[in-house]
Structures are given as C-alpha cells and as structure tokens.
Design a protein around this ligand. Sequence first.
Ligand code: UGA
Ligand code: MN
Length: 310
Amino acid sequence: MISRKYILILAGLIILFYTIAINNILNNDQISFIFKYKSNNILSQSSIILPPLYIITPTFRRPEQLAELTRLGYTLKHIKNLLWLVIEDSNEPSKLVIKTLDRIKVPYIYLQSPMPDIYKKKKGAKPRGVANRNRGLKWLRDNIKNNTENSQMMGVFYFADDDNTYDISLFEEIRYTKKVSFFPVGLVTKLGVSSPILKNGKFDGWYDGWIGKRKYAVDMAGFAVSVSFLFQRPTAKMPFTPGYEEDGFLKSLHPINSTDIEYLANKCTEILCWHTQTKKNNNPTKLILNKYKETNLVELTKMLINKTEN
Ligand code: UGA
Ligand code: MN
C-alpha cells in the first residue's frame, strides 16, 4: 500500500511541474509578444504615419457596377491611410452603391457628378468618367489643408477606374510620389501594355497602341500625382475630349519638368495594374411584377438594374 506521505509528495511534484511549464509558456517570446502587442507596449507598423492616398473612382449604373465596386473595394481594403472617393455619373445618390460601400468598410466619400447633357447626347466616343474625376479634384482642393512645411504628408491621388485590376504593391509605391509618377498598365490596346519607354534608365518615348497627337500617351491607370503638386497648379483639370483625357489633364499640370517625374514599378519593368475591361452583360430581363411582386426577386433584380416591369 502507498502511504499518504508518498501521495502528498507526488501531488507536490505534479503541481511544481505544471507551474514550471506554464511559466515557460508565458516567457516564450511569441506569447509575450502577443501580450505586449495587445497592451500596446511595442511600436507596431501602423503607428508610423504614412502619407495619405486619395483614390478617385468614377462609376456609373450598369449590371456590373456593384460587382466592380466590390472587387476594387476589397483590394483597397488592404491599404492603410487611404480615402476612396467614389463618384457616380448620376443626378441622384444610389442606395445600392452606398450599401455596397458600407459593407466593404473602406473609408470613403460618395459624390455624384453627371456627364453634362451635351456630351451624353453626342454620337460616338464619350468623355467617360471626366465629370466624376473633376469632381474628385474639386473635393481635394476644397478639403485638404495646404501644408507647405511637410508637403509629402498632403498625400497623393490616383485615378482608379472601377473596372481595372490593381496589385496592392502599386499603392505603396505611388504613396511616395513627389510630383508625378508613371508606370506600365497591362492589357491596353493591341500592344498589350502601355508604358513609358526607358533606355538606359532615361525616358525615350511612349509605348502605346495609339499615340495620336498626345504629349503624354498614357492610360488613366498609368500615373499618380501628389496633392501638393496639384495645389501648385490651381487651374489643372481634365478636358471632356474623348481619347485625350489623360493627356489633357497632364498638360494642364504644366510645367512638368523631366526631373519632376518618377518611373515606378521597378523602373517600369513590372505590371502592377491592368486595364481588364469586364464583359458587358445585357440588362437582365425585366421582372414580371404581377407574378413576383411579393418575392425576394424584387430586391435581387434591383441590384443588377433599376427597372422592373408591371
Ligand atoms: C479607357 C480609359 O482607361 C479610361 O480611363 C478613359 O476614361 C476611357 O478609356 C475614355 O477615354 O473614355 P474604358 O475602359 O474604355 O477606359 O472606359 P470605361 O471603363 O467604360 O470608363 C472609365 C471610367 O468611367 C469607369 O470607372 C466607369 O465606371 C466610368 N464611366 C463610364 C462613367 O462614369 N460614365 C460612363 O458613362 C461611362
Ligand atoms: Mn475600363
């Protein structure tokens, strides 16, 4: 028979063993890191203040709209210190767009700026997204405080159409644009890519399937500008000239000296954004309200297009 004395000694040893084990776990680097992190005792990455990024996105009502905004929104959600200016080509705010933006939870400003009627009624190519982008520029001018002492902290803006594809590393690169930066865009024209040409590290023209009469033969997704540089050009804006929107806007930033320009994406050897273009979907067949008016289909079809049929 084991005496009571041995049971007590055994129990004592077990307690000692567990105390040492728990102590070891708590002293383990990784676990104490979590504790320290939670109690904010160490500096984390997020405490370093980053120059803000302003992403100006034109959008308009069509069956793909909410899908495009969803995809872009969740890309932008990875980026710190970013404000998304979503500007719709419409007269009225869209509840569905607001609901989508609220769900994604990227800090955003939602505004409307319709394409003027004279362009809407015109036959042929239209100046898509121009009224929206100019509204975005006005928002920057009206809302960002000039900071001549630390102009970098005024941030950088970028025109990001709702239907393109963006690598998140692009945003960390453009964030530090001093004045104007250029970089390649994939899937543009039959050449497959639009980019500045760099020869021995020096600018040597534009590679783009359509140069036209452009001084800056770039795609809308191929450049970023610092807010302080924009503020030094108080009249800069985008013209309503199809095909010449980017060129006209960059020309309105005159003068841009060659020393004002940075070539990003590893000296323009990488593609970090793509002019994807979503396949156009037809407006879905109108919902027959007589048959479905008391069903979930009323809400669902509204998400694809605003019209229903009685
Ligand atoms: C290309 C360029 O990538 C655009 O930046 C440029 O504005 C356009 O050509 C042009 O030159 O018109 P693309 O893919 O052909 O773009 O045009 P969309 O993607 O249809 O439109 C560009 C942006 O404007 C999108 O964000 C879109 O949502 C918006 N948009 C389009 C409007 O706000 N209203 C419209 O009626 C059409
Ligand atoms: Mn597009």
